[in-house]
Design a binder for this molecule. Sequence first.
Ligand code: FAD
Length: 440
Amino acid sequence: MGRAFAYVILGGGVAAGYAALEFVRRRAGASPGELCIISDEAAAPYERPALSKAYLLPQGAARLPAFHTCAGANDEVLTEQWYKDHGIELVLGTRVISADVRRKTLLTDTGETISYKTLIVATGARALELEESGVRGSDAANVCYLRSLEDAERMVGVMRSCHGGNALVIGGGYIGMECAAALVANQIKVTIVFPGKHCMGRLFTPKIAEFYEKYYAAKGVVFVKGTAVKSLEVSDGKVAAAVLRDGRRLPADMVVVGIGARANTGLFDGQLAMERSGIKVNGRMQTSDAAVYAVGDVAAFPVALLGGDVRRFEHVDCARRTARRAVEAILEPSGGAAGEGKGFGYLPYFYSRAFALSWQFYGDNAGEAVYFGDFSPPGAGGKPKFGACWVRGGRVAGAFIEGGSREENEAMASAVRRGAAIADVAAELEGHGLGFADQE
Ligand code: FAD
């Protein structure tokens, strides 16, 4: 049994949805047998970031179809019907279990062989499991992960059964921080445990982290830092408590695990060049095999802004842009390929929202951090506004801003993109009433 397509997108997440829209825009639709998306999820591509935010709200929660791609870019919302109307074959609930790059074929768990002329790999990443750090208990009924819609649905069910109870969040990254806020909103008491000195250890400086930890503490969240979960006590199929490496025992009615992710590259091990634990691509998102492209969380690409350094980002904006870039390069090989220079012209961009907070980060957090705005806790109903610029050689390499307006966010993005002199940025911020604070 088999089918053949000119283009196959493997994976049905954020990047797949944006690639499909770009394809349709450039081609005015697909003819039968031209484009197919294969996904092991049951739903058409959706905006994954919604799962840890609006999806978990106790009231007025977001549900599909509202957050199908490309809602997050304020663009068309692509429902299953949209794919049908545009001649795109959506093969949902189907897992690809092996890939043969030489033969240009994919084998699915339904036993079908799907062949392609051009493949876009958009398999994203998976959540790291507790067992990978030597802790057992992932299969307990009240342990939640958050990567897919199915996970989010499950977490909503577990939260409902824990009203007024205690949740243990394992991990102080953005999944842990956003889930903690959602749990508080659902009237659940939260303790977050992680081994680092402060939350969001890879991005935040201690000063930035201090603000968020104090803000969360004022909402009742307890931070247990500098240690990790050693084991989980499970009885009747449910976790009852966690034992920490420092000997403490924390009772828990539910557990949320957010300890990191791994890119889904396994199908291509030994077939495609890899870098930074992802699939290595050039500035056109083309892998070491000319017929295979990779986009989104799975792709490691040279970033022009970083002098051609190969990086991999697990950020939604990167998924959207690399997806569009790959389709452009595939459909307009000469036009799109020109001017790549040192790599793809991408400005790294990441954001998060929790409680009434909202921050954006642009560029690279390398260099010396200089701070602006007011880091003191906001009064009741007040909105904080502060940030930091990372400065190298007098030029801004990265910028973080909490509570920025659209214009302020754009100004920070532009400062990073053009490597503005810090003195010019200082003058601009002054104009917004956001003077630089003393350096740490
Ligand atoms: P994904 O969206 O993960 O899609 C991959 C798809 O491939 C999935 O459908 C998967 O099931 C499928 N797949 C994988 N292997 C196979 C296979 N063998 N066969 C068939 N199908 C397969 N980023 C931000 O910048 N800001 C945020 O606030 C933010 N919030 C997030 C919140 C959550 C809960 C999560 C999980 C992520 C968040 N992200 C955020 C990250 C962002 O969602 C990802 O960077 C983005 O989804 C990557 O898109 P992708 O298409 O590469 O991968």
